[in-house]
Design a protein around this ligand. Structure first.
Ligand SMILES: NC(=O)c1ccc[n+]([C@@H]2O[C@H](COP(=O)([O-])OP(=O)(O)OC[C@H]3O[C@@H](n4cnc5c(N)ncnc54)[C@H](OP(=O)(O)O)[C@@H]3O)[C@@H](O)[C@H]2O)c1
Length: 252
């Protein structure tokens, strides 16, 4: 899989899975646009580490509706076309139904859906407009194992990712005649800041036991699946959801 001079926009690319994905595309010859929200320091570090030339940083809060159109416009102005969109940015907020007040409950639902679903949907909209003008492209959405197995401590997170899966499959059908291919990667726990921040040492131990591999995924392993779905060879895999969870949760 090579991406010589392909233009790739990755949301949430300052760190974690987004960073590993940016590195992997850049190593394969792509020009990468790195979107992030606020962490300038992490974004600058990632930007400087990218191999090759012609990459660009795009600081925009994609949970704001107007920012999604602006992001795609800025990207196309800079690179001339958009070949691949990776909707990777995501947040998760604890809100257990038996212990939070209603204000916290509704805040968690609204914030989670704004970033994990509405931002991805809005970026799909603007990306599709751009890709239809240039003959096609690929969209890869980063979901989660939580969409399938339930997230009792973060129900909005699980629901947002299940909705992301459903939206991706609807768009895969609708956009195929336009040569736009839509796929999903659903990681299990992956060794990133998001995972580290939300885990106590005991939880971490329990979690490692979930997979017969007795470890978490590395961000590079998730990136590999994203690159596959973004490749021309994966066109007929449009609509698929690839699990990267170390056989910790097997759905039929
Ligand atoms: N890590 C896991 O165990 C795991 C498991 C399953 C699925 N996933 C999914 O994989 C994706 C990446 O997760 P990760 O663990 O790599 O995340 P992470 O390390 O927490 O990084 C999150 C990234 O998203 C960006 N971001 C968050 N909100 C944003 C917004 N409103 N606008 C623009 N950028 C925004 C952050 O930017 P700043 O740096 O500026 O804050 C950062 O670049 C997420 O969709 C997550 O749900 C992760």
């Amino acid at each position: 899989m090579d991406f010589p001079n392909k233009t790739i926009l990755i949301t949430g690319a300052s760190r974690g899975i987004g960073k590993a994905t940016a590195m992997a595309f850049a190593e394969k010859g792509a020009k990468v646009g790195l979107n992030y929200r606020s962490n300038d320091e992490a974004a600058e570090i990632t930007f400087k580490e990218l191999p090759g030339e012609g990459h660009q940083l795009f600081k925009r809060d994609i949970s704001q509706k107007s920012e999604t159109e602006a992001l795609i416009n800025d990207f196309v102005k800079e690179f001339g076309r958009l070949d691949v969109l990776v909707n990777n940015a995501g947040i998760s907020i604890f809100h257990e139904i038996d212990s939070v007040d209603f204000e916290h409950w509704t805040h968690a639902w609204e914030k989670t859906f704004e970033t994990n679903l509405f931002a991805a949907a809005n970026l799909c909209y603007w990306a599709a407009q751009a890709m239809m003008k240039t003959g096609g492209g690929h969209i890869v959405n980063v979901s989660s194992r939580g969409a399938f197995r339930g997230e009792p401590t973060k129900p909005a997170y699980g629901a947002s990712k299940a909705a992301l899966n459903a939206m991706s499959q609807s768009l895969a059908k609708k956009l195929a005649p336009h040569n736009i291919y839509v796929g999903v990667v659903a990681p299990g726990f992956t060794e990133t800041e998001m995972a580290a921040k939300t885990l106590t040492p005991e939880e971490r131990e329990n979690l490692l036991r979930e997979s017969p591999f007795k470890r978490m995924a590395q961000p590079e392993e998730v990136a590999h699946a994203i690159l596959f779905l973004a490749s021309d060879e994966a066109a007929y895999s449009s609509g698929t959801i690839i699990d990267v969870n170390g056989a910790s949760y097997l759905r039929s």
